[in-house]
Design a protein around this ligand. Structure first.
Ligand SMILES: [Fe+2]
Length: 251
């Protein structure tokens, strides 16, 4: 049984925010760090995976859709990712050991946590690594995506949509920690802590100039300036992200 779990999600190859979050006392002192996917597809995927691997047994890494897609591209499978240039570059950077790591990474884990019982961690939903479910999705939609969950699971933690929330869904608590690297709606690196039966949504404030400077200097991606401009300097608001995701929410 573990007592304090820090959850980090959707780091997206952003090493600087990851390092700031790992230095937070609540993360440093956590019994376990669970990373709910999408660690890659970003400017420093190699360094981010190295950093997470260095955590050893303190970290449990779950695979997200972009991690799977990086692996598929590296293996020569066409995925149709929207930003092909960064995907192709990222896949070419990963070492054989890192591809193996992604290959072996689970898509879901269940961990017993004091005050919670079994907690189910996944990237998007328990059924797939890419379907969309939103904070205001209808009860029928939640029932659909949770249909295969064991009845004793009363807490579900998932990422994928880069917007933090905690809500109840038919007696289950659903937690999305938001995104460490590419948040929508509010700046900073977003994460969560599960402790004593309570969930705390946390945010690490970042100096935007330092973030851009360090990421530009640390990345070998040839179009890094343009990419940072699109994804970090001018991120989508939560309303824009919800509007984009909404059509992908199926009933
Ligand atoms: Fe993501």
């Amino acid at each position: 049984m573990v007592s304090r779990v820090a959850v980090l999600s959707d780091i997206h190859g952003m090493l600087a925010p990851l390092d700031r979050v790992l230095a937070e006392p609540a993360v440093r002192d956590a019994d376990l760090i669970v990373v709910t996917g999408d660690s890659t597809w970003g400017p420093q995927p190699v360094q981010v995976l190295d950093r997470l691997t260095q955590l050893g047994d303190r970290a449990v890494l779950v695979r997200g859709n972009v991690d799977r897609e990086m692996l598929q591209i590296a293996r020569g499978i066409i995925t149709g990712l929207p930003d092909a240039a960064l995907s192709v570059w990222g896949a070419s950077q990963l070492s054989a050991e890192q591809l193996e790591l992604l290959q072996e990474m689970p898509e879901q884990v269940t961990i017993d946590i004091d005050g919670f019982g079994p907690v189910f961690f996944c990237h998007a939903t328990p059924r797939t690594d890419e379907e969309v479910v939103l904070v205001d999705s209808a009860p029928q939609r939640w029932a659909q995506v949770f249909s295969g969950l064991p009845t004793d699971v009363a807490t579900v933690v998932c990422g994928h949509t880069h917007m933090p929330f905690v809500r109840l869904v038919d007696r289950r608590l659903v937690v999305n920690p938001g995104s460490v690297g590419l948040p929508y709606g509010r700046a900073g690196a977003h994460w969560a802590v599960l402790e004593d039966g309570a969930v705390t949504l946390r945010r690490t404030l970042l100096d935007p100039d330092a973030l851009l400077r360090e990421t530009t200097a640390g990345s070998g991606y040839p179009r890094i300036t343009e990419w940072l401009d699109d994804y970090v300097r001018h991120p989508a608001s939560d309303l824009e992200a919800l509007a984009t995701f909404r059509p992908r929410e199926e009933l």
